[in-house]
Design a binder for this molecule. Sequence first.
Ligand code: ADP
Length: 444
Amino acid sequence: MRKKINRQLITIAILAIMITMALITVVFGRLLQQQIIEDLKAYAGLLKKADLYQNTEIYVTDFKAENVRITWIDGTGHVLGDTDANQNHMENHAERPEFERALSVGEGYDIRMSETLDENTYYYAMRMEDGTVLRVSKAAQSSWKIMFSAMPGLLLSLAVMIGICVLLARMFARSIIRPLKTLAANLDRPEVKVAPEYKELEPFVQTIRTQHENILRAAKMRQDFTANVSHELKTPLTAISGYSELMEAGMVQGEEVKHYAKEIRHNSNRLLSLINDIIHLSEMDRTEYEVPMQQVNLSELVRNTVESLKVSAENRNVSLRYVGEPACVYGNTGLLEELLWNLCDNAIRYNVENGMVKVQVEKAKDRVNLMVSDTGIGISPEHQSRIFERFYRVDKSRSKETGGTGLGLAIVKHIVAQHDAELLLESTPGEGTKITVSFPVHPV
Ligand code: ADP
């Protein structure tokens, strides 16, 4: 990155210097031309005032100065006198642009390039009162030539400038990269200010840090989950292994066999539910896992689930009923069924003798609310925020006794998120619990 910044800055610097030099040459050339023409004009003016130009004899001796050539031409273009050449051998000047212009408007000039391009000849012509034309001319180096002769100096200064640019680019690149290096070295130390001199980098630094924290947190959660899963699987397996060992050794006789077999079945069922829940959760954790969604008749789904849970409720002396109006939500039938099943199952399992469970479906303005309320044991405030965590249980033994895995509400939370729904928990210990899932109404 530093190399790239360096290269770019140096390229910009070289380009800037080249463009500046070219511009200076053009502007300087223009000014030079203007200046020379002005000089020639002043010279011609002086000659005219002094009225000396007609005396061609003194051209060669007295007029030759400052490299200026003077030519006196009559109205037809015939040269009457010239400081440089013998006028008798000179061709007719009628077609020279400066002459033509001077004849028609009083004055004219022209600049002609020499064949080698390194010299320009400047001509200025002025019409005299007697109808003749006085022309003064001067050869001068072209501005390119001047620039060219100054080339060694220019190249040297270019080299110096590039040197300075390289140094500056290096300093600049280093100062840009410094905060990034500091950030990389101090990702998990938010107290280290990374780029106080570059305010624009602050959001970037913030995002990187937040992402880093999230990655760490997710890794920690995965670790905890794996440890929990292993622990949870180990308990029923140890029990099964212990019971079967006793039976194998012939230490269980008569009626006891039934009891041990029941324990083994109970623990195997526990294992099965655990494995089912774990598989389910890890499927939902896969981000690429997209569930097919459609309009689902929620009231019908609730009625059916309530119906199939009636026996389990009766076994625990809990009454279960459904009250509600017809409503549809946009969702996945299987997942919604599972959500409902988990909520109702909890409401029955954490209930009291002769308790009640009520499931409601209610249409609000732009939402459909599903409410499961019970008259059960309730959840004290300190546990309320945590019961949706994986394997979090208020009363571990009650959960296990009733066939809980500690994952039911974690699955509920996941399904709620997948449906863009909201989850609300209201609970008073000793009075009961009400869980509301509020679904948005999607346009069909
Ligand atoms: P579990 O399989 O243990 O029931 P859940 O994830 O379904 O696991 O619930 C987590 C914990 O939340 C339960 O162990 C229980 O302590 C508490 N809980 C859940 N639902 C209720 C409820 N309706 N009434 C009282 N406590 C509840």
